[in-house]
Design a binder for this molecule. Structure first.
Ligand SMILES: Nc1ncnc2c1ncn2[C@@H]1O[C@H](COP(=O)(O)OP(=O)(O)OP(=O)(O)O)[C@@H](O)[C@H]1O
Ligand SMILES: [Mg+2]
Length: 446
C-alpha cells in the first residue's frame, strides 16, 4: 500500500470512459484500475422515523450489485456527461482508494481531445473547489500515449470506449488531424455476444458478462489478411477453433467468432453479417418468430416512447452542435467516419508529405482494443492499399506496458518531468485569475 500523504508526487488519473486508472506520478503502473461506474442504493424507509441513507458504490462493487442498484457510467466516449457520478468517483479516489484521505491533493487528469471548453472549466472548478486541489493539470490522453514511448512525434490511435486519433508533431497536436470512430470495446463485446447467441449461448448476469469479457480478451484477434480468404481455406479456418472452459466446467468452442467481432473496426456491421452469411437456422427462426410477436407489442409501446425521445434528441443535437463549436479540435461528421484505416488515411491527406511519412512510421496504438493480436499487420496491409504514394513505412513501436495503460504511463512520466512544474495550474492562480486559465494548459500541446 502507498503512503499517500508522505509523497510529493501528484496522483495521475486516466479518466477512462470504461476503466479508471489511478496511481502516483513516477511509478511504472497504476496503483488501481476499476470500472468507471457508480451504483446508488434507492433511499429506503425502514420505519416512519428512520430512513436508511443511500449508499454509493464505485467500480466493481457497483457492478456486482447492479441488480439492486441504479448504476451510472459518467463518461461517454471520453466526455463527462454525468457530473454527480463523476464526482462520486473522484471522491472515492481522494478519500478511500489509498486507505486514507489525501491531505494535499495534487492531480494530473487526462481528457479527450474533443473535450468541450465548458467541461474543461467545470472539471478544474470541481477539483479546486470540492477537493481543494493545490496543483492541477489536464492533458489530452493522445499526447500522453505518445509520451509513454518517450516520443514527441507520431500518429496517436486510442481505442477504448471509442476510437480516436490525431497526428502529433514535436509535442503538439496538428489541428485538423483529430478524428474519431464510434466503435469501441463494448461494441466488440456486444457483437461477440450476438454471435454466441447463434450458438445457443447466453450471457445475462454480471458473472456471465464477466466471462464474456474474458472470453473476448483471451480468444479474439484481428485477421491479418482479407477475412474472406480465411474462410475459403477450410484447413486454416479449422486451425482457429479454440475451446474455452466456463466457470461451471462447460467447454465452448469459438471459431470464426474470434475474428468476426473485431472486424467492426474494418467494415460496417451489416457488411460483416453479409460477408460471413450470419443467418439464423430454420429452428431458431421459428423461435425467433414467437419471440418477435411478443416483442412486436412491446415495440408499439416503445415507438410511442421513442417519438417523445426523438423530440428530446433533436433538442440535444442542437445543444451538441453548439458545444462542438466550443471544442478546440473539431469532430468530423459521422459520414466521414468509415473505418480505422480510412480514418487514418483521410486525416493523413491534410499533412505535408514528408511529415506524413515520418508520423506514419511511428504509429502509437493504445487502449484496450489494440491488445487483440494482429492489429499492426492488418492495419499496415490496409494502409498500404490506401496510401501508396512514395510507399511510406508503417511502423508500430512496441512497448513493455499494456496498451490500455499507455495514457496513464505517459501521465506518470509527464508528472515527474521537472521542467513542466512551472506550467501546472496552482490554486493561487485559480483564485486570482479564475477558472478560464485552465485553457492555457492546452497551449503547451497545440
Ligand atoms: N487484453 C485485452 N484484450 C482485448 N480487449 C481488452 C483487453 N483489455 C481491455 N480490453 C477492452 O478495452 C476496453 C477498455 O479499454 P480502455 O481501458 O483503453 O478504455 P478507456 O480508457 O476506459 O476508454 P476511453 O479512453 O475511450 O475513454 C474494454 O472494452 C475492454 O473489454
Ligand atoms: Mg483511455
Amino acid at each position: 500500500m502507498i503512503d499517500i500523504n508522505s509523497t510529493l508526487e501528484p496522483i495521475v488519473i486516466d479518466n477512462g470512459s470504461i476503466t479508471m486508472k489511478v496511481g502516483l506520478g513516477g511509478e511504472d503502473s497504476p496503483y488501481s484500475t476499476f470500472p468507471t461506474v457508480v451504483g446508488k442504493e434507492q433511499a429506503k424507509e425502514i420505519n416512519q422515523k428512520e430512513i436508511k441513507l443511500k449508499e454509493t458504490f464505485v467500480g466493481k462493487q457497483a457492478l456486482k450489485r447492479s441488480g439492486i442498484l441504479s448504476t451510472q457510467s459518467p463518461i461517454k466516449n471520453g466526455i463527462i456527461e454525468n457530473w454527480e457520478a463523476m464526482e462520486e468517483i473522484w471522491n472515492y479516489i481522494c478519500f478511500d482508494l489509498f486507505g486514507e484521505p489525501i491531505n494535499e491533493v495534487k492531480v494530473l487528469l487526462t481528457e479527450s481531445i474533443f473535450n468541450p471548453k465548458e467541461n474543461r472549466e467545470k472539471t478544474a472548478e470541481i477539483w479546486f473547489e470540492t477537493f481543494n486541489t493545490q496543483i492541477f493539470y489536464l492533458v489530452p490522453s493522445n499526447i500522453l500515449q505518445v509520451y509513454s514511448f518517450g516520443n514527441s512525434s507520431g500518429t496517436s490511435i486510442n481505442s477504448g470506449a471509442n476510437t480516436s486519433m490525431c497526428f502529433i508533431n514535436e509535442g503538439r497536436i496538428i489541428k485538423g488531424s483529430c478524428d474519431q470512430l464510434d466503435i469501441g470495446g463494448d461494441d466488440v463485446t456486444q457483437f461477440l455476444q450476438e454471435l454466441l447467441v447463434l450458438k445457443g449461448l447466453e450471457f445475462k448476469t454480471y458473472k456471465d458478462l464477466q466471462t464474456l469479457e474474458n472470453l473476448k480478451k483471451c480468444l479474439s484477434f484481428y485477421v491479418v489478411d482479407d477475412p474472406n480468404k480465411l474462410l475459403q481455406e477450410k484447413e486454416k479456418a479449422n486451425k482457429i477453433v479454440r475451446s474455452y472452459e466456463l466457470k461451471d466446467g462447460q467447454r465452448i468452442s469459438l471459431g470464426m467468432e474470434r475474428f468476426v467481432c473485431t472486424e467492426l473496426f474494418f467494415q460496417p456491421k451489416e457488411e460483416i453479417i453479409d460477408l460471413f452469411g450470419l443467418k439464423l437456422s430454420e429452428n431458431e427462426k421459428e423461435n425467433e418468430k414467437e419471440l418477435e410477436n411478443e416483442k412486436e407489442q412491446e415495440k408499439e409501446k416503445e415507438k410511442e416512447n421513442e417519438k417523445e425521445k426523438e423530440k428530446e434528441k433533436e433538442k440535444e443535437k442542437e445543444n451538441e452542435k453548439e458545444k462542438e463549436e466550443e471544442t478546440v479540435f473539431k469532430r468530423k461528421t459521422k459520414k466521414e467516419m468509415l473505418n480505422l484505416p480510412r480514418m487514418i488515411y483521410k486525416n493523413a491527406q491534410n499533412i505535408d508529405l514528408e511529415l506524413r511519412k515520418t508520423l506514419l512510421s511511428n504509429i502509437i496504438l493504445s487502449g484496450g482494443n489494440t491488445n487483440f493480436g494482429g492489429i499492426e499487420k492488418r492495419l499496415s496491409n490496409e494502409l498500404k492499399l490506401l496510401i501508396n504514394e512514395n510507399c511510406p513505412q508503417f511502423r508500430f513501436p512496441s512497448s513493455t506496458f499494456p496498451s490500455k495503460y499507455m495514457a496513464w504511463v505517459g501521465g506518470s512520466i509527464f508528472a515527474s518531468l521537472g521542467h513542466y512544474v512551472n506550467s501546472w495550474m496552482y490554486k493561487e492562480l485559480y483564485e486570482e485569475s479564475g477558472v478560464q486559465c485552465v485553457h492555457t494548459l492546452l497551449n503547451h500541446f497545440i
